[in-house]
Every structure is written in C-alpha cells, then in structure tokens.
Design a protein around this ligand. Structure first.
Ligand code: GDP
Ligand code: MG
Length: 448
C-alpha cells in the first residue's frame, strides 16, 4: 500500500470520529492535531498542513449546524474533501491526440525513474491499442540507451537509439516516427538541475515541440519537489508530473503535495519497479484509498458495533450496581431501537418483561432520540452525571440550547428517573434466578 503509515494514521483518526459520542469542537481540534502529525510525518510542507487544518476547522464550524446532517458523517466528508482538494481535486489524464506521433518528452534528475517510467507508460498505451515507440536521447551514458532497449524489448515496443551519436538533437532527427501514434522520449538527467541540463532541455524542447513534457519526480525527494518542479518548468514548460517510487517511502507526501502547487498536475504514480506498476493519479480515488473509504461504511459500522458491545458490558455492570447515567440511557435506547419494537425487546429481557413499562418508554422514535442527543449536548458534564441537579431554570436553559421545548427536556428526565427505578428493582431481585427463568424463552447463548 502506498504511504501506508500515513494511511494508517488517517484511518485511526477516522475511527476516532466514528467512535465519538459527541462530535464537538474539542473533538475536531484533537483530530486536526492527529491529521497534522500524520501529514507532517509524511513530509508534507508545514505551511500546507496548517492551511489544510484551518479549512477543516472552519468548514466544520460553518457546516455542522446544517439541518439533517449527521455531524460525524459531515466531519469525515470534510476531511476527505479537503485532502482531495489538497492533491489537486480533479484527475488530469494525458489526452493523446491524433498526431503521428503524439510526442511525450520525459525529463527529471538522474535516478528519478525516467527510463523505468517510460517502459511503464509504453506498456500502458500499447495495451490500449496505440502504436508506441521510444526514443533514447540520454546520450551521455552508454548504459542509459542499453537500459531503454531492454525495457522496450521486454514489452515488445520499438526503440530508437544511436549509441555512437552524442548530440541528442541529431539523434532525434535521424528517424522517421510517422508510423507511430505515440513517441516517448527519454532524456538525460544530472544529479541536479544544472545549467548544461537546462540548456539541453531547452534546445530539445524547441526542436521537438513535445505535446507533453512530463517531469518524473521520485517520491523520496520529499519537500524539495516543489523547487525542482519549478526549475524544470522554467526550463521546458512542464505539462504533467509522474511521481515514481511511491511504494518505497512513507515520505511521499512532500512530492505529492509540493508538485501540485506548481501548475502541472500529477498524471500517474509509480508504485513498483515492474512495467505494470503504474497507476493513473486520481486525487479522489487516491484519498479514498488512503482513508480506506472503500470500506468506510463498514468501518463506521464496525466502530459502532464495537462501541455498543463495550457499552453493553458497561451498562450491564451499572445495572448490577443499580447505577445509570443519562448517556447510558440514551445509548441503551439507541441500540434497542436497532433491535426492533421496544416492547418486544423488553419482553425478552429478564426483569423487564415482568414490569409494566411506562407508555412513553416504549415509543422510542428516531426523532425522539435525535432530540435527546441535542438535549444531552446542551447539558453540562456535571448535569449529565447528576441529572438530579437540574432545576426548572436549568430545564429552561437546556431547552433553549437544544432547540426543543421544556416538556421534552422534562420527558427525558422523567424517563431517566423511571429507568433508574427499574434498575433498582432489578438490583433488589435475584438476577441469577431471573436469568434462569427466562433462559428458555431466549435460547442458549443469550446473555444479559
Ligand atoms: P532514471 O535515471 O531517471 O532513468 O531512473 P531509472 O528509470 O533508471 O530508475 C532508477 C531506479 O529507480 C531503478 O533502480 C528503478 O528500478 C527504480 N524505480 C523506478 N521507478 C520505481 C518505482 O515506482 N518503484 C520502485 N520501487 N522503484 C522504482
Ligand atoms: Mg534513465
């Protein structure tokens, strides 16, 4: 997996969102810190990271109050959208025009992965039915043309080279390329973008007039990507970027984000040494995979299940001790709601079936649960822990904060009191005996 460490930290962050009972500003601040840490660890530029966090926070504060939107989903959506925007938003493919040939010139420093990437691109287009040829203009090192020939032989693609000519302009003029749809041109690199390399690229650019000038950047160059991309752009007008070796480093964030701050877009990414290890770069798909969005629904579900299991154990504990908080009540009602009509559920639960349930307790509707959530959010921590403290004045304030009427706040408090009474009754009875009595009805394996 590309950028595995970054991916794992971002996934953990999303899990935290899914598990949180309340999505509030504090949670957002914590998450932003996590995201910042993860991105900085992947070598993304500090300034960009702070810009990103700022827009996540601003959007959350602005958008969370939209009606009908679950804050949790909204936050995940914002994180996803901002990361996509960060990587250049839309995918930008190389559009091959009918030119006989359409010329793609590949540039980059020595060792960036140009020749390997040429093989990958040649295979990519060959598989899509184009007649592809490659031209070796890395004339300064004999091994370079040999390597290109080997790469082309492996995938059965025509390779033009002249090992005796040291002037790349002359080599270019030697051959007739008109039989081909696409010509991919390998150029020389240096250890860095030196003046003589700039001159050579400018001359080649003027002569060949490529349809695309693609810069190959190795993912491990990290934050220097932006400067390098700009330098090549000034020399020969870069139209697109390919980031190679994204499989080999956890630090590719620098190359990915630095490169897109220049005008050229990332077209492909290289994810291995073999000819098929090339992927079209699509920011949306890339971020989805990074965040595990393909599985995000599943992830959210799992996190919810995990929490309700944990909660269930916790609630059982509290039941035995005759304790119950408002949050427990809310969580319990929410999970029971999922199981079916509440009166049927209650009938199955030892102790509850025998008790006469207040009518309002049986009518757990979605709307009601939502209102409860708002009410709980408007309470202070102290009030949630000790609802007995809530007097008439507080009821009024809570109802205003939650946007519900006072009756609805009282309703929740009433249910809380009733449930607590039931808990105490159950505590007074003998749970073991009750369990045995109802075991037959419930079948083996049912635990309460
Ligand atoms: P050039 O000097 O720019 O032509 O670079 P090369 O194509 O010769 O590649 C330099 C080294 O990087 C070679 O050992 C390649 O196998 C390796 N390489 C290129 N692309 C990738 C990639 O996407 N992943 C990995 N792991 N290695 C790569
Ligand atoms: Mg090379």
């Amino acid at each position: 997996m590309v950028l595995e460490k970054l991916s794992n930290s971002l996934k953990d962050t999303l899990k935290k969102i899914a598990k949180a009972i309340f999505v509030d500003e504090k949670l957002v601040d914590d998450l932003i810190k996590d995201i910042q840490r993860a991105l900085l660890g992947a070598d993304v530029n500090v300034k960009l990271v702070f810009e990103l966090s700022k827009s996540i926070k601003e959007r959350f504060l602005k958008e969370k109050s939209l009606p009908g939107i679950n804050a949790r989903e909204q936050l995940i959506k914002i994180v996803y959208e901002e990361l996509v925007r960060f990587l250049g938003d839309e995918k930008s493919e190389i559009v091959i025009q009918d030119k006989n040939p359409f010329k793609i010139m590949m540039v980059g420093v020595y060792g960036s992965g140009k020749t390997t990437t040429i093989g990958k691109l040649a295979k990519y287009y060959f598989k899509r039915g184009y007649k592809v040829a490659c031209l070796g203009l890395d004339v300064h090192r004999p091994a370079a043309t040999d390597q290109l020939e080997q790469v082309c032989n492996k995938i059965n693609v025509q390779c033009f080279v002249n090992k005796n000519e040291k002037n790349p302009l002359k080599v270019y003029k030697e051959f007739d390329y008109s039989k081909y749809d696409i010509l991919i041109i390998d150029t020389a690199g240096r250890d860095s973008l030196t003046d003589d390399l700039i001159k050579e690229l400018k001359d080649l650019n003027d002569l060949i007039k490529p349809d695309e000038n693609i810069l190959v950047l190795s993912a491990d160059i990290g934050q220097s990507a932006q400067k390098l991309a700009q330098g090549f752009h000034d020399a020969c007008n870069i139209t697109g970027i390919i980031i190679s070796k994204l499989d080999g480093t956890g630090k590719g964030g620098g190359a990915l984000t630095g490169a897109v701050t220049t005008n050229a877009k990332i077209k492909f990414i290289g994810v291995g040494e073999k000819a098929e290890d090339l992927e079209l770069f699509n920011p949306k798909g890339f971020v989805s995979r990074l965040l595990g969005m393909g599985d995000i629904e599943l992830l959210l579900e799992k996190a919810k299940d995990a929490i309700s299991e944990e909660k269930a154990e916790d609630i059982q504990d509290k039941l035995e001790r005759g304790e119950l908080s408002l949050i427990d009540l809310y969580e319990q009602m929410k999970s029971m709601k999922k199981m079916g009509p509440l009166n049927k559920v209650l009938e199955m639960i030892p102790g509850f079936g025998q008790l006469k349930m207040p009518k309002e307790m049986l009518e757990i509707q979605e709307v009601k649960l939502e209102k409860w959530e708002h009410i709980l959010k408007s309470m202070t921590k102290k009030e949630i822990e000790n609802p007995e403290l809530i007097d008439g004045k507080r009821v009024e304030r809570i109802s205003k904060g939650a946007g519900v009427n006072q009756g609805e706040v009282r309703d929740l408090l009433k249910q809380y009191k009733q449930s607590k009474k039931i808990m105490r009754l159950m505590k007074g009875g003998n749970p073991e005996k009750l369990m045995k009595k109802f075991q037959g009805k419930l079948g083996k394996g049912f635990k309460f």
